[in-house]
Design a protein around this ligand. Structure first.
Ligand code: GLN
Length: 311
């Protein structure tokens, strides 16, 4: 496939926005109190092509918490450090068929999380990142994400404080993995770093730039800097396809046909390898934890531009 017609892409982005905007179903995540307070009606869409053209519509510069979309970028950074085989062996690459914070999924597989894109696997991934201490590990993650975005990112303190005060379930998962021997660093430290990475503020535009770095063979098309070895990209895309939207990953592959990743902050990323990244931000979620309008917009754009990888 050839690089997309950006005039057409811009028009389709606007149409997708007006089509999905009327859908007010779903609700903000409320199990993290700070996320419940985000204005529910915000809605942004961005596309960034592999050659660095940025197209935006709606609330594309409103900062929101990256939440689980972070799992993709930690997966990338950790593969870069330990290799793809180690990730596959220690974390896995299969869908769990269960919610993103399932304990049962762990029990069923003797503590192996199966996927770096569920909470357990994301914490296992963080635990595998080599570093002298917790501060150094956190800096590596924050710097890495900032490289993907092309500028310095920061934690949203209100979100971090809120999630850190209410994340006993994730702490439980970390300790359970530790008991199985499937977590490779201190459970409390690991869960804290994971919680912090989820609280990083991004805009819809940042998210599309981060995704376009994946679309563009690991080179950030805005800064021109190589961020990740392209040999890891097929593994990342495969995993996003299998588990990026949890129990709706199959639906997303069926209807959109692109590797995707959602977060309970309302963000949604989809990547057309070699061509572009699409991002959406709209806080109302379906019961699985995926942005309602984000999914609608991605379906619209994929249909309109014939983007499914399976055609
Ligand atoms: N930080 C959130 C959690 O651990 C991320 C969940 C998500 O975005 N799906 O529950």
């Amino acid at each position: 496939k050839n690089i997309i017609d950006t005039k057409k892409l811009e028009a389709v982005l606007k149409q997708a926005h007006s089509t999905a905007e009327s859908d007010q179903s779903g609700a903000n995540a409320s199990y993290i109190p700070a996320l419940a307070k985000v204005p529910s009606n915000l809605f942004g869409l961005t596309a960034v092509t592999a050659d660095g053209t940025v197209l935006e519509t709606g609330d594309s510069s409103y900062p929101f918490a990256i939440e689980s979309i972070s799992k993709v970028f930690s997966m990338a950074l950790v593969m870069e450090a330990v290799g793809a085989q180690e990730m596959l062996k220690k974390v896995g690459a299969d869908p769990t068929g269960l919610p993103f914070n399932s304990v049962m999924a762990l029990e069923l597989h003797r503590g192996k999380p199966l996927s770096p894109l569920v909470n357990a696997g994301a914490m296992a991934t963080v635990s595998l990142l080599p570093a002298a201490n917790a501060d150094e590990k956190w800096q590596k993650i924050l710097d890495g994400y900032s490289q993907f975005a092309g500028h310095s990112l920061e934690v949203m303190d209100a979100v971090y404080t809120s999630e850190a005060a209410t994340n006993s379930h994730n702490k439980g998962i970390a300790w359970l993995m530790s008991s199985y021997g499937t977590l490779y660093d201190d459970p409390d430290t690991t869960c804290d770093i994971y919680t912090k990475q989820c609280s990083i503020a991004i805009t819809c535009k940042d998210l599309a730039v981060m995704g376009s770095t994946l679309a563009n063979g690991g080179v950030n098309p805005i800064t021109g800097k190589a961020i990740i070895n392209p040999e890891f990209l097929p593994h990342i895309f495969a995993e996003m396809t299998m588990e990026g939207l949890y129990g709706a990953s199959g639906d997303f592959a069926y209807t959109v046909g692109l590797p995707g990743k959602s977060g309970v902050g309302g963000g949604l990323l989809a990547v057309v390898p070699g061509q572009l990244a699409l991002s959406a931000f709209s806080p109302r979620l379906d019961p699985i934890g995926n942005s309602v309008r984000g999914q609608k917009a991605m379906r619209f754009i994929s249909d309109a531009l014939d983007l499914s990888l399976y055609r």
